[in-house]
Design a binder for this molecule. Structure first.
Ligand code: PGA
Length: 258
């Protein structure tokens, strides 16, 4: 049984005072973390070091929301995954749909960023997902396959520390999550697509869901067999909600998972 993952994407929210209050709230609600579910928070870049300090020895891990596809060099305004690692980050979200939508990121860049993250010792959380228009025109699997194949044009199944996130764009920040049935169908599709390359890797690959996960829908989504956790946006900004979602995930995880 695979370990589960709950990752909070704080997006471009927070400041020194509110971050401190949020993480203290999360720690108080959490108590002793359970090793069956890894808990990760991804603040905005300038607060990485603050969060690394505030989560020291807490069992909570820290990540970022984006990295450069280069490790070093003349890339004004970019942040190397090596810098993230040095400042205490262990994860990075890659190819989030808000970056595709607002920053013009494409499939190839996503693959290169994932590889740079792995080279620096970070765990990439690779996001794939279709738009409403792509779903309505019956192209969901075509789009997911294209995004997945582009990423695996750079990374290899030999890279064992990778997380895949299914994040349909129409469900992100809209309050309307995908139904558990849709989530299961797409996670199964993604796992089967990867199994063509490497069956063992596919069986072990954590595939998490993101898009309007909240307390009211977490249990039904997490009960699906191919769901290994969640990538949480707005509900991750409320300590009680975030940890209630964590407990729902824990409750859906068999005792032997680790
Ligand atoms: P949401 O965001 O939970 O606010 O929909 C999820 C995400 O962007 O990862």
């Amino acid at each position: 049984m695979n370990k589960k993952w709950l990752i909070g994407n704080w997006k471009m929210h927070g400041n020194l005072a509110s971050n401190k209050a949020l993480i203290e709230g999360i720690r108080a609600e959490l108590g002793q973390p359970d090793e069956r579910v890894a808990l990760v928070v991804c603040p905005a870049f300038p607060y990485l070091f603050q969060l690394a300090e505030l989560t020291r020895d807490s069992g909570i891990e820290v990540g970022v929301q984006n990295v450069s596809d280069h490790l070093q060099g003349a890339y004004t305004g970019e942040t190397s995954p090596l810098m993230v690692k040095e400042l205490g980050g262990s994860f990075t979200i890659i190819g989030h749909s808000e970056r595709r939508q607002y920053q013009g990121e494409n499939d190839g860049l996503m693959g290169r960023k994932a590889l740079a993250a792995i080279d620096a010792g970070l765990i990439p959380v690779i996001c794939v997902g279709e738009t409403a228009e792509e779903r309505d025109s019956g192209r969901t699997h075509e789009v997911l396959a294209r995004q997945l194949d582009a990423a695996f044009g750079y990374i290899r199944t030999a890279h064992d520390k990778i997380i895949l996130a299914y994040e349909p764009r129409w469900a992100i920040g809209t309050g309307i999550a995908a139904t558990p049935e849709i989530v299961q169908t797409e996670h199964e599709f993604l796992r089967q697509r990867i199994a063509i390359r490497d069956k063992d890797f596919a069986a072990k690959l954590p595939i998490i869901y993101g898009g309007s996960v909240k307390v009211s829908n977490a249990t039904s989504i997490f009960s699906m067999p191919d769901v290994d956790g969640g990538l949480i946006g707005s509900a991750a900004l409320n300590a009680r909600e975030f940890i209630t979602i964590y407990r729902e995930l824990l409750n859906s995880t068999p005792a032997e998972a680790a």
